[in-house]
Design a protein around this ligand. Sequence first.
Ligand SMILES: [Zn+2]
Length: 467
Amino acid sequence: MILFENVKVVSFNPPAVSEAMDVLAYGPDEGGAKAGRVAKVGKSLAAEYPEADRVGWGGYLSPGLVCAHTHLYSALARGIDVPIAPSKDFAQILEHLWWRLDMAIDLPILKASALAGCSDALFCGVTSLVDHHASPAAIDGSLSVIREAYEEVGLRGILCYETTDRNGMEGARAGLAENLRFAREIDAARARGGRPLVDGAIGGHAGFTVGDETLAGMADAVRSTGRGLHIHLAEDKFDAVDSRYRHKLDLVERLDRVGALTPKSVIGHGVWLTPSEVEIMNERDVFLAHNARSNMNNGVGYNSLLTKHRNVVLGTDGMNSDMLEEFKFAVFRHRESGGPWWPGDFLVCLDRGNRLMERYFARDFSAGVAAGECAAVPPAGSAFAFGRIEPGCPADLVLWDYDPPTPLTAATLAGHLAYGLSSRSVRSVAVNGRVRIKDRKAQFDSERIQATAREQARRLWNRMEGK
Ligand SMILES: [Zn+2]
């Protein structure tokens, strides 16, 4: 068991900061059905459980952060030293940079990229990462390679392959097949009694690169696997215009007509959706992943309907995995737009990533814990909640070294996140009751991961130039 002593327990939604207390959690192989969950929260647990592994004393303990949309394949693009033609718009950014980069990815590059991105996430206090992957020259087995990286560093997440017609119909079929293969791989792990750290979604690149045949295949895959769709829509205005021109339908309408939108679905960006499309997404209980920094970096515009969405979650879109930085940009860009939301509203969005995790992992955590045993308000039909530090809840935990210059209370928490606390305060991190970062040191070989990433980054950049 692992133990955090004399910590103030933080909740994001509703915001709360407790008195100092102890938190005890089961490791991933302890406690039978209670493995990887919070065991007890209270006073004097240190004296009661002298054999527990003491992870830290003092500070603030919060639930792990969730990044609801990222691209691990972009982890090796940082500072890219390849001549990239100037891009006049988003379509050219894709053509000049990202579609050259993803085409140059092979499986060793992918593994290095995923490991570096997963490691970075843990150092930022992110315990769940939702990835959207593309490597058109190495599709088969790519999601299993990413899963290996997640398991090697001990991170939780949801993976998918971004199915697209942009490399021909054979490429589209291979992308779809990889999503299906991976969903079956996870189903088989569960059938053997496992509780995998990673699940799969059904990925699609974007409305404008997915034709009707491919879309129908993706909708079938959503139905047959019980997973949700994860796709970019209306990141740039072009996508929305193209859908109306070529398909005579709005993007969301087009997906909804084939039944592809379910409560497990994630729409990335949605900057240029219309009010009626937002309404459909809300009716279908779909998540909108807002990526403020990426939208700014690509100059695609601001989502003026953000506050109309029922389920806004925050993602980094591959910028890196720092969700506190993302949270700050989301707040500041919104303030600049003159919108009505305050930091507390974005804290609700940051916390909502946990609802997405619950929809994928409910079956793993519902078994073995009686209703009411976890005090948190659980999703329908289960007895646990992600993002809460209460008995029965998943032990995805972050210990922060933070000595605030002003009182840190329920009322001030969102302000501290927006204007003070940053990932430099992350001291220790546990996922599934397993300590992954302890006193700022990785409990895995992060130096080897970074060194390999630098080697593979150079290979990737050379391959982009045909060397
Ligand atoms: Zn994206």
